[in-house]
Design a protein. Structure first.
Length: 540
């Protein structure tokens, strides 16, 4: 079949395109439409023959019911036998938006939509093109995600086109989907209500409106053999890329240790942006570790990117399991077929030790070393990675000129400093060249230690600046009042107050970022107490 293709990117939605697509829908055809979650394959929900065409286009099992999309709250009454108060409250709060509610269905809803269940799933999308299409069609639209069954849901029109050209009458390109994972599905047919599929409307959001909400066990675990699925979609292997995917549960340290312990087992890594610089394999990123709303628009694309990169065995980082992260976990765990590397409880911890100059960090580091932790001093590592013969020297020479090297090939640190620190661009360039090398070496030593159960303490004046906080299980900051630090720096380095202040000022950004530390130990002058407090803080 020929597939029409129209661009309907807001705000200037082409009304003629919408009308053409709506006419196809009224004539019983299937149209791929954008929504704010993922693209959907729409057909007139009251036309069983049209709905059957969706199943054919997707290659979808007939027992998996579809969500019906509406554009006005009143349409709930055309579809649901009863519209409970709770449904209206949910719609009030989250419609239009990425939320689907399951209610008892009216007989008018064909079995092809509900897959024979006595219930119907209903949602009101917020994407302007979807809303315009439903309005123009004049009927509710049954629509599953627009992927071939079993593959990742499409979040842009190119991916839809890859899967559906020749299989549907029309594709509407509404731009990339803002949320990128499918709607939250909650059933109000059970008491208490039950979350069947987590999404951008979170469990916590639902609980605020509904009170207690149960989480279906299939949200984070494979369905038990022989058990009926509350949501039939949870039975099937879903969202799977062609690559065999394994999720390393835990944090970045757990992911890196899993890679370290299984050399050659993986060829690609699916991780967060903060993680990528530490990963020793080609990496595909899925948003920021710290912000699940940057993960949802990337997730399915990232899974497709793994395939495009030719990945065969990929290891994935694990998202948080709360808030929007629960929705990301749900998709990723399924994409991985519930294959996990569990965190090793016996591994050592990686602890970042930071703090401004003059606060007493070296004292704490010494005590940690004395008790058997591996203390990695990043200043020493910085010297090593720029020692005579180190590959980094060549890179530095390319950027800063041949005269930063002495005749014997060793680094002329003074010359480099005068060149690099002359401007803020030069300083940034130097960091961008040296930090990755320092971080890489630091992490490789830390992994050796934690692998054998030893704690690795990263003693880094520029922990945050170098991005090393990302690999730490915990960050401890040693701090002291400014006046105390000032007099210590003067005494320690034999310099006057102006020079000491300049030295302290150079760490301003780091000092600001170190506000995120998990624990702060204040050095109030009692050394014994400082050490005791620092050891306790490192142990958490
Ligand atoms: O964001 C979304 O919901 C997207 C866009 C296109 O709106 N649609 C979507 O549809 O994700 P689909 O078919 O890929 O997923 C629908 C899920 C399936 O897991 C299905 O089993 C479940 O909702 N579902 C539908 N009707 C149900 C019902 N009556 N009872 C229980 N689960 C139901
Ligand atoms: Mg789907």
């Amino acid at each position: 079949m020929t597939t029409l293709f129209f661009t309907v990117i807001p705000p200037d939605i082409d009304a003629a395109a919408i009308e053409t697509a709506a006419a196809l829908l009224r004539a019983g055809e299937v149209v791929a439409m954008p929504t704010e979650t993922v693209y959907g394959l729409a057909a007139n929900a009251f036309d069983p023959a049209a709905v059957k065409k969706i199943f054919v286009a997707k290659g979808r099992p007939q027992d998996n019911p579809l969500i019906v999309h509406i554009s006005r709250t009143e349409q709930l009454y055309d579809l649901a036998e009863e519209v409970p108060e709770a449904a209206l409250r949910l719609f009030e709060a989250y419609a239009p938006g990425p939320l689907t509610v399951i209610l008892k269905k009216k007989p008018a809803v064909p079995d092809a939509v509900s897959a024979g269940l006595p219930t119907v799933a209903i949602r009101m999308p917020s994407h302007p093109a979807a809303r315009a299409l439903i309005e123009a069609a004049g009927v509710p639209l049954a629509a599953p995600s627009a992927n071939l069954s079993g593959f990742p849901s499409p979040t842009n029109a190119d991916d839809v086109s890859d899967d559906m050209t020749g299989r549907v009458a029309c594709i509407l390109d509404g731009g990339p989907c803002g949320f990128g994972i499918e709607s939250t599905v909650v059933t109000l047919v059970t008491d208490p209500p039950r979350l069947l599929r987590p999404g951008v409307v979170t469990l916590e959001d639902l609980q605020k409106i509904l009170g207690p909400v149960e989480v279906d066990p299939a949200v984070l675990a494979p369905l038990e053999r022989g058990k009926a699925a509350a949501s039939p979609g949870m039975k099937y292997k879903h969202y799977a890329p062609k690559a065999a995917l394994t999720v390393a549960k835990g944090n970045l340290a757990d992911l890196l240790l899993a890679l370290y312990r299984a050399p050659g087992a993986y060829d690609h890594v699916l991780c967060f942006e903060e993680d990528a610089p530490f990963v020793p394999l080609p990496a595909v990123t899925m948003g920021k570790r710290s912000d699940p709303l940057t993960q949802t628009p990337r997730l399915f694309d990232a899974l497709r990117d793994l395939d495009r990169a030719g990945a065969e065995n990929a290891l994935a980082a694990a998202p948080e399991r709360t808030g929007v992260g629960l929705g990301v976990c749900n998709r990723l765990y399924r994409a991985a077929g519930f294959r996990f590397v569990e965190p090793d409880p016996a591994r050592g911890r990686i602890v970042g030790l930071c703090g401004p100059t003059g606060a007493g960090k070296s004292l704490a580091a010494g005590a940690l070393r004395d008790r058997g932790d591996l203390v990695i001093d990043t200043d020493l590592i910085a010297r090593e990675v720029t020692a005579k013969g180190a590959p980094l020297l060549q890179t530095l020479e390319e950027h800063f000129g041949a005269d930063i090297l002495l005749p014997d090939g060793a680094l002329d640190r003074k010359a480099l400093a005068s060149r690099a620190f002359a401007s803020s661009e030069g300083t940034a360039l130097l960091s961008s060249l040296t930090h990755p090398a320092i971080a890489k070496e630091t992490v490789s030593r830390a992994l050796e230690a934690i692998d054998r159960g030893q704690a690795a303490v990263i003693d880094a004046p520029l922990l945050y600046t170098a991005g090393l906080d990302a690999v730490c299980d915990r960050v401890v900051k040693i701090d002291a009042p400014e006046e105390v630090r000032l007099s210590r720096v003067c005494a320690r380095d034999g310099i006057d107050e102006t020079a000491a202040r300049r030295r302290m000022d150079a760490q301003k950004d780091e000092y600001r970022m170190s506000e995120q530390a998990d624990a702060v130990v204040m050095n109030d002058g009692d050394m014994k107490e400082l050490i005791a407090k620092a050891l306790a803080a490192v142990d958490g």
